[in-house]
Design a protein around this ligand. Structure first.
Ligand code: LMR
Length: 394
């Protein structure tokens, strides 16, 4: 039976991590996998995380099971972080998940339970793991227009036209903020038009929210999700704690499901509980408990928000530094989009062959679609990266 298996194609992002590790050149630059790095290239454990871990270690007197959907306090804390303190808890069901990927998986598994014939509409382009999870679950996939390759901004007209035409019964996957891989995001007015298009279509929505706090701030980055959750009747939110809490390997994530409320909220909760039980029984607790400890403690939360703001500021200043270096080097404003984009990523617009040249000639690593992680930039490597980008003829 096992002999019937065929090799899987390598994951584009994780394969890049391996290539970078194998490169022995001292000046190599990692703009690949979406992991935050500070100015010295480290991915530190956040101060509030350390303090929360210490507090948990001291106070925790059992490791017995929590609930099948994880500690309810984690679900409540994340719902408040994402949807705001005034959210309608009566519409809400939630499940602790294995990181953001786990939350996306459980959301799509729930979609399949509700409508096995559903098509999942994803932005073109999207995070490469989205279409592969959709395919793995046997759901149908379609793309909607999102990115304008000429301006490196949003294809607003294409996006709105495509979303309005999605049939009811299907699901539209949106990135709540900090679009991965492009870095191009709708404005507040665009989001209102997106909500109107989705009201017309009647499709359900799945929001992938992996970078809250990495764009313009915790509140600003949640604004679109909150507005969609208020206006639309069926909203799933797959949220990750990997980036904004720096908990990558602890795999903390949550799925929030908003329906009509009342009896439907109980049915939703039942289904999420069933789904977790069939997939892994109990979700991991340690990372989730760290997050809850931070969010429920005023001092820890303030310190976390300060450190998160510093991380955001570092990424923004690196965006500006690279845009400036490219303007100086090229004598044009054609790279201004780098400073306009938000989050960890920008799609540079280089061809796969140019991306290979960056890697081979300059030791600058980015994903093949020319997605670069701006957190990999530093004051030292910005001139090198800018020179390399101009040298490949962009
Ligand atoms: C990324 O997009 O690089 C990150 O979200 C890491 C991953 O799991 O792909």
């Amino acid at each position: 039976m096992l002999s019937r298996l065929t090799p899987q194609s390598p994951d584009a992002i994780l394969a890049m991590m391996d290539m970078f590790r194998a490169d022995t050149r001292p000046g190599k630059v990692d703009l690949g996998v979406g992991v935050y790095r500070d100015a010295s290239g480290r991915t530190p454990v956040m101060r509030a995380v350390k303090a929360a871990e210490r507090a948990i270690w001291e106070a925790q007197d059992t490791k017995t099971y929590t609930a099948l959907t994880g500690d309810p306090a984690f679900g409540r804390a994340m719902a408040t972080l994402i949807l705001g303190p005034g959210h309608d808890a009566g519409r809400l069901a939630f499940a602790g998940c294995v990181g953001g990927t786990g939350a996306v998986h459980q959301a799509l598994a729930l979609v399949r339970m509700a409508n096995p014939g559903a098509t999942v509409w994803m932005p073109d382009p999207t995070w490469p793991n989205h279409p592969t999870i959709v395919a793995h679950l046997g759901l149908k996939a379609r793309s909607y227009r999102y990115f304008d390759a000429a301006t490196r901004g949003l294809d607003r007209a294409g996006l709105l036209a495509d979303l309005a035409a999605v049939p009811a019964g299907d699901v539209v996957l949106l990135h709540g903020c900090c679009h991965n891989p492009t870095g191009a995001n709708p404005t507040a007015a665009d989001w209102r038009d997106i909500a109107a298009a989705l009201e017309t279509s009647g499709a359900a929505v799945l929001i992938d929210l992996a970078y809250q706090g990495f764009g313009d701030g915790l509140e600003a980055d949640a604004a679109a999700t909150r507005m969609l959750a208020e206006r639309l009747p069926q909203v799933l939110i797959a949220a990750s704690c990997s980036k904004s809490f720096g908990l990558y390997r602890d795999r903390a994530g949550v799925l929030l499901a908003l329906g009509a409320g009342g009896a439907q909220a109980r049915v939703l909760q039942d289904n999420l509980t069933h789904l977790n039980r069939q997939t892994y029984s109990f979700p991991p607790d340690h990372g989730a408990r760290i997050v809850t400890t931070i969010l429920d403690d005023a001092a820890l939360r303030a310190d976390w928000e300060d450190e998160l703001a510093a991380m955001r500021g570092q990424m923004l200043s690196m965006r500006e530094a690279l845009a400036r270096a490219l303007r100086d080097g090229s004598g044009s404003d054609r790279f201004g989009f780098l400073a306009e984009h938000r989050g960890m990523f920008s799609r540079l617009g280089a061809s796969p062959a140019q991306v290979a040249r960056l890697r081979e000639e300059a030791g600058v690593y980015m994903i093949g679609d020319s997605r670069m992680n701006v957190a990999g930039l530093s004051p030292e490597n910005v001139p090198v990266v800018a020179r390399a980008i101009l040298d490949i003829g962009l």
